[in-house]
Design a protein around this ligand. Structure first.
Ligand SMILES: [Zn+2]
Length: 385
């Protein structure tokens, strides 16, 4: 029998725990196996939220997560009354949003089993939001199961994480990601292997890259930036290129989504409907949505720059591999010649320094530093011999 847990790539170490919890949950009461608060942590792309959603499906499905029934499917697409997936569009989750959520989930589950809340970015909870959530988690005897997702346990407030059961996801191996791309997405073996390798186990990114020609050519431009840092002017130009490409990519993926959402919202209000009340209500809702979309766009640009910087770091990682005689374990196999030619020009120490400069720039961006200025400073650092 197929199970929603089969879809989780490279996470065999936690599926038994989840299956055990699902079996235990059938008694309807809390137990050692089935607790009502969980934290899923793992690096980006490891599939934290996919694991949490699979668990939610299994909890409400009569066949413990078949993936095919109405329950399973509506849970995955956000249409199930007892499963709520909270996705953050902004940079933080505010206390008002948590209060609203708590009102929504205050009723008993409609189907009689469990009500499940999946929170994708629990690391973005503000302190007051986290405290509001804590109260709900502490409440005994509720039928709500909380599935919080975050990059690491440190990103979750200690008071919350001490009440949750913790599951750590692994970065799936390149082989595992390759197999999924071939089997699930019908991608050719050569392309699948390339995309899995350069995405370093990030399944979503690998698929995006494998199925998108323009993303692949953008990546190539970014990966060649280190070869073009001959002068200060070139460094500034490189920063401009990187931010430009990242912004363009984020825009492309958010624009069609934005339009779709506005259309849906207008439909919900009855597009073209007259009556002053309806019209003002719709206009106000559209305005709210546009505000949300704007803050999401900002976040997507930042995420996109972060992705580009991670790619860039692999360039210097590969330089180090070449210098230590391990050219075979290069990530960027498509740039073998360029990287081999470049390697003799810098010392290992300098390659390490450049990698940490990239990581430092990522930290800066994570705390909201201005993207272009941060990238300019970084490129000047990378340009130093
Ligand atoms: Zn099912």
């Amino acid at each position: 029998m197929t199970s929603v847990f089969d879809e989780l790539v490279g996470q065999e170490h936690i599926t038994d725990i989840l299956k055990g919890a699902v079996s235990a949950s059938r008694t309807g009461s809390e137990s050692q196996e089935m607790t009502h608060a969980w934290v899923f942590t793992g690096p980006p792309g490891s599939g934290r939220s996919s694991a949490a959603v699979a668990f939610a499906q299994a909890l409400i499905c009569s066949k413990q997560g078949c993936g095919a029934c109405n329950e399973c499917q509506s849970a995955a697409t956000g249409g199930h009354p007892d499963v709520e997936v909270v996705r953050t569009e902004g940079l933080s989750i505010k206390v008002e949003e948590i209060r609203e959520l708590l009102t929504r989930v205050a009723w008993a589950p409609s189907m009689g089993g469990w009500r499940v809340v999946v929170m994708e970015d629990a690391d973005r909870l503000t302190e007051s939001a986290a405290n509001a959530l804590l109260k709900a988690i502490e409440e005994p005897g509720t039928r709500t199961v909380w599935l919080l997702c975050a990059p690491t346990l440190h990103d979750v407030l200690p008071t919350i994480r001490s009440r949750c059961r913790h599951l750590q996801l692994r970065t799936p191996s390149i082989d595992a990601v390759t197999r999924v791309l071939i089997k699930r997405d019908n991608i050719s073996p050569t392309m699948a292997e390339f995309a899995a390798r350069v995405s370093q186990g990030h399944i979503g990114r690998a698929k995006y890259l494998a199925t998108n020609e323009s993303v692949r050519s953008n990546r190539k431009v970014i990966m060649k930036l280190p070869l073009q840092l001959g002068s200060l002017a070139a460094a500034f130009q490189a920063a401009q290129t990187l931010v430009g490409i990242a912004t363009e990519e984020a825009k492309a993926s958010s624009e069609s989504r934005d339009e779709n959402e506005i259309e849906k919202l207008q439909e919900a209000y009855g597009k073209g409907a007259t009556g002053r009340g309806v019209a003002t209500g719709a206009a106000k809702a559209v305005k709210e949505l546009e505000k949300e979309q704007k803050s999401r766009a900002t976040r997507m640009v930042r995420d996109s720059i972060d992705g580009a910087l991670l790619d860039l770091a692999t360039f210097y990682r590969d330089v180090m591999m070449v210098k230590s005689g391990a050219a075979d374990s290069m990530i960027n196999s498509d740039m073998r010649t360029e990287i081999k030619d470049y390697a003799p020009h810098i010392s290992t120490h300098s390659a390490v320094q450049k990698m940490s400069a990239i990581m430092e720039a990522r930290n800066q961006l994570a705390i909201n530093a201005a993207p272009l200025v941060t990238c300019e400073a970084l490129m000047c650092e990378l340009a130093r011999r």
